[in-house]
Design a protein around this ligand. Structure first.
Ligand SMILES: [Zn+2]
Ligand SMILES: [Zn+2]
Length: 357
């Protein structure tokens, strides 16, 4: 087993250097093995997100020696490029090299890397694909897919990696190289740890469980997955949670409210519940509540059609709800009420984490 990213880089450089002596098959297998181990290092935290770009850069420059870009001009003085044979069974590891490089690019912090560099990695993957095709005598995508999917469309590697996504990206890159317009599909190499989805490139690491999640399966704070976020509501007993959820459903239905309803509809609903809304630009962003006449409540808020304003308006509805029910206002229950108004599947998340434990 390789211990460090440096070991993985060394294994790749040595495999590339030995291609003449040992052949392309041995090289591809050794490169794929080194990248698998680098991926596992990333999962263990040995290869940090900020160290990934340097790692990818070193790997790509080493691999360019066996998969160079097509020559701009053919010079007869240069020796003819030799195409080394690659066995059909090693097409899958060759494709997994591309898959792992794409997966690493997805979880690494590439914010400091120039667009030119990123474009360079994209072109390299197409060169790598071309080398694979020429060496294994593949001429079309269906044959390529057939060979790559022999061991399944996915690869389980502390998470599920999608060969299907990788090939979709490679195919689009190939097309783009000729027509300059083909879009690269917005798919992930890494299945979301909650929904298993591959759509949408963005993946975020949860600070608690260290799983990687799609944006839909994150909690509102974005550093926690939905299940770990929902855990904050576990202290409220299940019966109370269900009662709150039922009340929320009834209220949303009665006033036809959701996270996108216009502010004046909220004002009407609040009025019926004893809260008079005044829209003023000087109000704090989360709104401000004060006592009004005849036991009514005044709520000042800015008239913005923004998520923050909707959250604040639902907050006012939540407090009014508990007040009218004669229950002492409790911040956690108020938050839960708001979260449910915004459609967050808290119960689902709590249930799935209970099953997982
Ligand atoms: Zn998801
Ligand atoms: Zn988590």
């Amino acid at each position: 087993m390789l211990e460090t990213p440096a070991n993985a880089k060394t294994q790749i450089r040595e495999a590339v250097a030995a291609v003449g002596a040992k052949g392309l098959d041995a090289t591809v297998v050794a490169v794929e093995d080194a990248l698998v181990q680098a991926w596992l290092m990333q999962r263990r935290g040995v290869l940090g997100a900020r160290d990934v770009p340097d790692f990818v850069d070193a790997v790509v420059s080493a691999l360019k020696k066996i998969a160079p870009p097509p020559p701009k001009k053919v010079k007869f003085s240069e020796p003819l490029r030799k195409i080394l044979p690659l066995a059909e069974e090693n097409v899958r590891p060759a494709a997994d090299v591309a898959l792992l490089l794409l997966a690493l690019q997805q979880v690494g912090d590439f914010t400091e890397v120039t667009d030119k560099k990123r474009k360079d990695y994209e072109l390299f993957l197409d060169d790598w694909r071309r080398m694979t095709w020429e060496s294994a005598k593949i001429t079309d995508w269906s044959k390529f897919r057939e060979l790559v999917f022999k061991d399944g469309k996915e690869r389980a590697l502390e998470g599920r990696l999608s060969r299907d996504s990788a090939i979709a990206v490679l195919e689009a890159t190939h097309k783009r190289r000729t027509d300059n317009i083909s879009p690269i599909p917005d798919v992930s190499m890494l299945a979301c740890a909650r929904c298993g989805g591959l759509r949408g490139r963005d993946r975020v690491l949860c600070g608690t469980c260290k799983g990687t999640f799609c944006t839909k399966c994150l909690g509102p704070t974005a550093d926690l997955c939905l299940a770990d976020y929902a855990a904050r509501y576990a202290p409220i007993d299940a019966e109370t949670r269900q009662k709150i959820a039922a009340d929320v459903r009834a209220m949303l239905k009665e006033f036809k409210l959701d996270a996108y309803t216009r502010n004046d509809s909220f004002a009407r609903a609040l009025k019926e519940r004893g809260v008079d809304v005044t829209f003023v630009d000087t109000a704090p962003i989360e709104g401000q509540e004060s006592e009004g006449a005849h036991g009514r409540v005044k709520f000042m808020i800015r008239d913005r059609e923004s998520p923050t304003t909707k959250r604040a308006l639902f907050g006012a509805l939540a407090r009014a709800h508990f007040r009218n029910a004669g229950v002492e206002t409790d911040p956690l229950r108020t938050d839960l009420f708001v979260e449910l108004c915004l459609g967050l599947p808290i119960e689902d998340a709590l249930r799935s984490s209970a099953v997982a434990k």
